[in-house]
Design a protein around this ligand. Structure first.
Ligand code: SAH
Ligand code: SF4
Ligand code: F3S
Length: 465
């Protein structure tokens, strides 16, 4: 499952070979990313390989010699966005015959989508699935040398590739994948089909990566996995996620650790205890509920009840009264009645989330839920979705108001996109905070006194030392 080092070395040779072809020319490349943090982390590795192959990274597709679209398949909307942007690149190709267009990631890891691209997007030069990421240099080289379109999917259960180059977007925030794939097969979800089975990286490889990041000045590390609570179960010498966290926190330096995502069926008290005891772990927990109805949870194959879920929340709040809690919720799952939906609202009221990510159920080809009876009409889902958001807005608003007059430690990320006069950053609890300050603060922690609040953001003044 671990890709042998000589195979990785072979890919480094292909990187050099492409770099030689690009020598003396100014070649630009764009990586467009859709989907979750896992995809963003993958894109940073793809970008790292592109840099080694002599490309200069740019966000300007018009000026690019190569465009790579890293796709997501989680909902129809995500697929349509990736297909529509790729459709627009047709015009760029008409203007520049030498432009190379590639697609990778979750959407094109589905056989039927790969076939769609092959047949309907003739200007796409190469496609590779998530388990082929490490082979990108070879695929690109082969395309350039042979001129032939490349379509590379396999039906393996996935792999782990260590030692690939990474071009990170941020100098002070970093994603660290600790495991790949998912074994849970929630009945609505496509991820297990496009990301293969669960597999964990060796703890030493993770620790070394984090150590180097912290040494380079990275302040915030987010550990990634579809279900981090199953981390380490598949290793030759098993290590629990709680143990891994403990070992990461024992590394020297001033840094914060976050993680996502936790599955409620596997979230342990041990994990919550480790979190409560470790200063370095941000007191923010993302615990997807999906539905508050036990009947729907069972149809979703989630393996927990609303009561179990709320028990975890209680334990967390007992250990860490100020914890920020967030969740994912799906409305309109097949068979969801108004009564089921009311149960979701009930749990929402009890859990008092700081924020939620809510989604209208999207039918995914090949998943069990796609062929379940009683698919919910879109207008019913939309109406429930609006009610869910309304209820949450009230809660988020009230919770944000409580911040007025408090002092928050904020990791400063950059200039605000909507107001250039302000800096923007995130608090430990992931609140967006805007305030006036100097560019020199970017990438450092600042203390901000909160003076005004909105539903999705806080405003404040920099505390002068
Ligand atoms: N592994 C993570 C989440 C992965 S996908 C977990 O288990 O929590 C992120 C979120 O997308 C999910 O939590 C779910 O709320 C949502 N999602 C997944 N499949 C979906 C679908 N078919 N329709 C709507 N939302 C979906
Ligand atoms: Fe999808 Fe469920 Fe796996 Fe999360 S745990 S990725 S929702 S199958
Ligand atoms: Fe992530 Fe989308 Fe794939 S949510 S794992 S990029 S299907």
């Amino acid at each position: 499952m671990l890709i042998p080092q000589d195979e990785i070395a072979k890919q480094f040779n292909f990187m050099q070979a492409v770099a030689r072809l690009n020598e003396g020319k100014e070649k630009y490349a764009t990586v467009k990313t859709y989907g979750c943090q896992q995809n963003e982390a993958d894109s940073e590795r793809l970008a790292g390989m592109l840099v080694k192959m002599g490309y200069i990274l740019t966000e300007n597709e018009q000026a690019s010699d190569l465009i790579l679209v890293n796709t997501c398949a989680v909902r129809e909307h995500a697929e349509l966005k990736a297909l529509s942007i790729t459709g627009q690149y047709k015009h760029l190709k008409e203007k520049n015959r030498d432009l190379l267009i590639g697609m990778c990631g979750c959407m094109v890891s589905q056989e039927h989508r790969k076939e769609d691209v092959k047949n309907k997007y003739p200007y796409v030069d190469f496609v590779f699935g998530t388990s082929m990421l490490y082979k990108f240099p070879e695929i690109l080289y082969t395309k350039i040398r042979s001129g032939k379109r490349q379509f590379c999917l396999d039906d393996s259960e996935g792999n782990i590739a260590e030692g690939l180059p990474v071009a990170r977007e941020s100098r002070f925030k970093a994603w660290v994948s600790i495991m790949y794939g998912c074994n849970n097969f929630c009945t609505y979800c496509i991820v297990p089909y496009v990301r293969g089975r669960e597999r964990s990286r060796e703890p030493d490889a993770i620790l070394e990566e984090v150590r180097l990041l912290v040494k380079d000045g990275v302040k915030e590390i987010t550990l990634l996995g579809q279900n981090v609570n199953s981390y380490g179960k598949d290793l030759p010498s098993p290590v629990s996620f709680a143990e891994l966290l403990d070992r990461i926190c024992a590394l020297e330096g001033d840094f914060t650790v976050r993680f996502m995502t936790s599955h409620p069926k596997d979230a342990t008290k041990e994990l919550i205890d480790v979190m409560a005891e470790n200063q370095k772990i941000a007191k923010a927990f993302h615990l997807p509920l999906q539905s508050g109805s036990d009947r729907i949870l069972s149809l979703m194959n989630r393996h927990y009840t609303a009561e179990h879920y709320l028990g975890l929340v209680d334990y967390m709040r007992k250990k860490m009264p100020d914890i920020a809690l967030t969740s994912d919720i799906i409305v309109g799952f097949p068979g969801e009645t108004e009564e089921d939906f009311q149960k979701t609202l009930e749990v929402l009221g009890k859990a008092e989330y700081d924020n939620i990510y809510s989604f209208i159920y999207s039918r995914r080809v090949g998943t069990p839920a796609a062929s379940m009876p009683d698919q919910i009409p879109p207008e019913v889902s939309r109406e429930r979705f609006a009610r869910l958001i309304d209820r949450q807005m009230e809660i988020s608003n009230r919770k944000n108001k409580d911040y007025t007059g408090t002092l928050l430690r904020v990791l400063v990320e950059g200039r605000s996109k909507t107001d250039e006069t302000k800096l923007t950053g995130r608090s430990e609890k992931n609140r967006l905070v805007h305030f006036e300050g100097d560019d020199a603060l970017i990438g450092t922690y600042a203390d901000v006194l909160i003076t005004k609040t909105e539903t999705f953001a806080l405003f404040g003044e920099l505390k002068k030392n």
